[in-house]
Design a binder for this molecule. Structure first.
Ligand code: ZN
Length: 468
């Protein structure tokens, strides 16, 4: 038995998830993600370290860009195998890939023009990494399956997908390899979700696995108590309404926007917030919400209860869906308090910028952050209380109230990661700690070693391991 595992991404960093597995008979990738850290983005342009046409399949854990974002490049480079994932992942990934391709095209054009004006050349070619046509050509390769359904990806190699509780359709994948009369299992955690979160099921626990790759995004910290989300949300909405201002919620299109609607729905039913107009002003969030509506089988019990009481989980009274830019602009003419959910989540682009221009200088309005704000983003400047910020080329004083609700995170914290691993009834042969900044990954690795005494390793980019 000899299985070769190569870490091609999310190794001492959090994006670009990709692991190459090679057995005697089969060669496949688990995830094919885009690098998003500024200093690592150059890797997106490097040729693959293997021949894409020799790959039998890709197993895709979920639809976040850092897990699926290089699939169009893979197809463009000659990959013709199947992309196995759940149905919801296939649907959301296609929305995400088209959006990403569109941004790549816009970006390349913008850079080309700027460099032309400045008479210089940038570090990367001024062509898109892939186009919308490339993205579309990867779609026929998607081979959707259901949770706990097994698929043979090569002779003696079988994969089974389990609910990861991270975003809709997200999976943990267990791969069984049979060789020379022996059998080994490799468990890929994907992104581990959280217990007792609205909408989704809890992450699946496993009895046994020989080798485990576990993510460690928050492997060095603990999340705040999430029971307070409803209290904080109702307090923000009620106080903004009393002040006569609006509430702007910069939000991520996948999961977070739908979670906000879920919380607004419950608060309304409990009469804890007034009936207000709520605008979902993000074309991508609207499309992703439609995928949610196709897949009620993925919802947890509380969500099913909510659906029983209201026909659609996201159809709260007063909800307005704004599809066009004109509809989006019309929101600004409405008198009285409104709630606007708009992308992007870190205010780096999208329609939220236009709403900020209108609201950021009004002390009666509130900007409510519900997600992580990376350094160097407009969102981060606002959260950190800058006196003045630059939006769409103009400077504006920051006078609106700024509130941040932590606790929405879709990633397990240290104790939750440990809880996920503690389902095992026998020690694994080895654990690989991936998908975390160096500090988070090493800190979780030593925590695990200290608690369980298992063999734990934190691989680096392009490191290889032989599983036997
Ligand atoms: Zn994810």
């Amino acid at each position: 038995m000899q299985i070769k595992l190569t870490f091609l991404g999310a190794a001492q960093n959090v994006t670009g998830s990709s692991y190459l597995v090679e057995t005697k008979t089969t060669r496949f990738l688990v995830d094919c993600g885009l690098y998003q850290e500024r200093e690592l983005r150059g890797r997106n342009w490097e040729p693959f370290s293997f021949l894409p046409e020799n790959l039998d399949a890709v197993l895709l854990t979920h639809a976040h860009l850092d897990h699926c974002g290089l699939l169009p490049k893979l197809t463009k480079s000659g990959f013709q195998g199947k992309i196995h994932c759940t149905e919801a992942t296939a649907e959301i990934a296609q929305i995400v890939l088209l959006d990403s391709a569109h941004l790549q095209e816009e970006d390349a054009e913008f850079k080309r023009r700027r460099h032309e004006r400045e008479g210089r050349k940038g570090p990367y070619p001024e062509v898109p990494l892939y186009t919308t046509a490339d993205a579309r050509s990867s779609f026929p390769l998607f081979a959707p399956l259901k949770y706990e359904e097994s698929v043979e990806i090569g002779e003696g190699v079988e994969a089974t997908f389990y609910d990861a509780g991270h975003i809709l359709g997200s999976s943990m994948i267990k791969v069984m390899v049979m060789e020379d009369g022996e059998e080994r299992s490799i468990l890929f955690s994907g992104d581990v979700g959280r217990w007792n979160k609205p909408i989704l099921h809890d992450p699946t626990l496993f009895d046994e696995a020989d080798y485990i790759l576990v993510e460690s995004t928050y492997g060095d910290r603990l999340h705040q108590d999430q029971g307070k989300i409803d209290d904080l949300l109702s307090e923000v909405i009620n106080s903004s309404e009393r002040a006569g201002g609006n509430i702007i919620i910069p939000s991520f299109a996948i999961e977070r926007s739908q979670e906000i609607l879920y919380h607004l729905n419950s608060l309304l039913m409990e009469n804890r917030i007034p009936h207000l107009m709520v605008f979902m002003d993000s074309p991508m969030a609207i499309r992703v919400s439609e995928v949610f509506e196709h897949h009620p089988e993925l919802f947890d019990q509380e969500m099913m209860e909510l659906i029983r009481r209201r026909e659609s989980p996201f159809d709260l009274p007063g909800l307005q869906i704004t599809r066009t830019a004109d509809e989006s602009k019309a929101i600004n003419h409405i008198k009285g308090t409104v709630i606007i959910i708009a992308g992007s989540g870190m205010c780096t682009g999208g329609r939220v910028k236009h709403h900020l221009v209108k609201e950021i200088h009004r002390p009666e309005s509130t900007i409510l952050f519900v997600g992580y704000q990376a350094s160097g983003t407009l969102g981060r400047q606002i959260v950190e209380g800058a006196k003045e910020v630059r939006i769409l080329g103009q400077r504006y004083p920051l006078r609106a109230k700024v509130v941040q609700i932590h606790g929405f995170s879709a990633h397990a914290d240290r104790d939750e990661l440990f809880k996920w691993l503690s389902g095992l009834k026998r020690p694994p042969r080895q654990v690989f700690v991936t998908h975390g900044e160096s500090h988070a990954a090493h800190s979780f690795a030593s925590y695990l070693q200290g608690k369980e005494g298992w063999k734990v390793w934190v691989p680096r980019y392009r490191d290889e391991a032989v599983l036997n």
